[in-house]
Design a protein around this ligand. Structure first.
Ligand code: ATP
Length: 291
C-alpha cells in the first residue's frame, strides 16, 4: 500500500535552537499513528510543518504524493488539522463556524447536519457564541470543522483535551471508525498514553526533536521471579529491579533463565509475566533517548 504521508529528514530550528532533528516517518491510508513526547518535544512543530503553517529549514514532506511546499494547495487539499486547540471564530456561533466551512469546502447540507450532530452540543450550537462554550464544546466544534472536508490525512494535536470520560470514549470510537471505514490516516498526539494505546496501530515518540518508533511488540519479555535465595552476582541475567529475593528481569527465553538458575542452585518459587503498558515503554524511550 502506498504511503499517504512521507516526512523525510525534516530539520527545523527556531533561532539557533534545533527543534526537529532529521525527522522522518511515513503513514499508510487508514493507519492511526499515536504521537507521544514530553512538553516542548516538537509534536506540534511536526504537525505545523506537515500543514506548511511554518517553513522547514531542510527536508521534504509529501501528502498523497504532493509536496507540501512545492504543491502546497494540492497537498493541503488532502489534509485537515487541529493543532494547538480548535481554530474557531470566537464571536460566531458553532453553527456559523460550521457553515463557513461548508462554503469554503463546497460541502453538502447533509455534511453540515452530520457535523452539527457530531458536536453533540444541541441548541447551544445555534444560540451561543463560541466564546461562551466550555473547553469540551469548543474542542468538539473544532473537530467538526476539521472533519467537514473529508480529509485523507487528519492531524490532531491533543484532541482529547477538555473532553469528559464519555466524550473521550465517544471520540475514540469515532476516530477509529473514520480511519478504518473511510481510510483516513490519522496522526494523533496526546499526553494521555492510555488513550493512545487503545487506538493507535503504531506509535512514534519524539524527544528533543528526534523521532523513534516505539515498539509495543518488545514489551512482553519482562518477568518477576521470586526465588528461594539470592541470585549469585555473577549470573548473566538482565536484572531490572530487586527487592529481597524478588527480581524483575528482562528475559529472552524463560526456559534458559530457569535452567541457568537451577544450575546455580536457585529455586524459583513464583514467576509472573509483566505486561508493560505504553507508559512503561514510553518511560524507557525517554530514558534511552536522554542518554
Ligand atoms: N514560534 C516559535 N518560536 C520559538 N520557539 C518555538 C516556536 N514554536 C515552538 N517553539 C519551541 O519548539 C519546541 C517544540 O515545541 P512544540 O510546540 O512543537 O512542542 P510539543 O511537543 O507540541 O509540546 P506540548 O506537548 O507542550 O504541546 C519548544 O521548545 C518550543 O518552545
Amino acid at each position: 500500500m502506498k504511503n499517504v504521508v512521507e516526512v523525510k529528514n525534516v530539520i527545523k530550528s527556531f533561532k539557533d535552537k534545533i527543534v526537529l532533528n532529521h525527522v522522518s516517518f511515513n503513514m499508510k491510508p487508514g493507519e492511526i499513528v499515536g504521537f507521544v513526547g514530553q512538553n516542548g518535544a516538537g509534536k506540534s512543530t511536526v504537525m505545523k510543518c506537515m500543514c506548511n503553517l511554518i517553513n522547514m529549514d531542510e527536508g521534504t514532506i509529501s501528502i498523497c504524493g504532493e509536496d507540501v511546499v512545492k504543491q502546497r494547495e494540492k497537498a493541503l487539499s488532502y489534509v485537515s488539522c487541529m493543532i494547538e486547540g480548535p481554530g474557531l471564530f470566537e464571536n460566531m456561533t458553532g453553527k456559523e463556524n460550521l457553515e463557513l466551512m461548508v462554503t469554503l469546502n463546497h460541502a453538502s447540507k447533509e455534511k453540515l447536519h452530520e457535523m452539527m450532530e457530531f458536536t453533540q452540543i444541541g441548541s447551544q450550537l445555534k444560540t451561543k457564541a463560541v466564546s461562551q462554550y466550555s473547553m469540551g464544546m469548543k474542542q468538539r466544534t473544532g473537530l467538526a470543522v476539521a472533519l467537514m472536508k473529508e480529509p485523507k490525512v487528519l492531524l490532531l494535536d491533543e484532541p482529547m483535551n477538555g473532553l469528559d470520560a464519555t466524550g473521550i470514549q465517544g471520540l475514540r470510537e469515532e476516530l477509529i471508525r473514520l480511519a478504518k471505514e473511510k481510510n483516513v490516516a490519522l496522526l494523533i498526539s496526546s499526553h494521555q498514553l492510555g488513550e493512545i494505546e487503545k487506538m493507535a496501530d503504531r506509535i512514534i515518540g519524539i524527544h528533543f526533536g528526534k523521532i523513534k518508533e516505539i515498539s509495543m511488540e518488545e514489551k512482553e519479555n519482562v518477568y518477576v521471579l521470586e526465588t528461594d535465595r539470592k541470585i549469585p552476582d555473577q549470573s548473566d541475567l538482565q536484572i531490572i529491579e530487586q527487592t529481597g529475593n524478588t527480581y524483575k528481569l528482562e528475559v529472552n527465553s524463560v526456559m534458559e533463565v530457569l535452567s541457568n538458575l537451577e544450575k546455580q542452585g536457585v529455586q524459583v518459587k513464583n514467576i509472573t509475566q509483566i505486561h508493560k503498558t505504553l507508559e512503561d515503554v514510553y518511560n524507557e524511550f525517554i530514558q534511552e533517548a536522554s542518554l
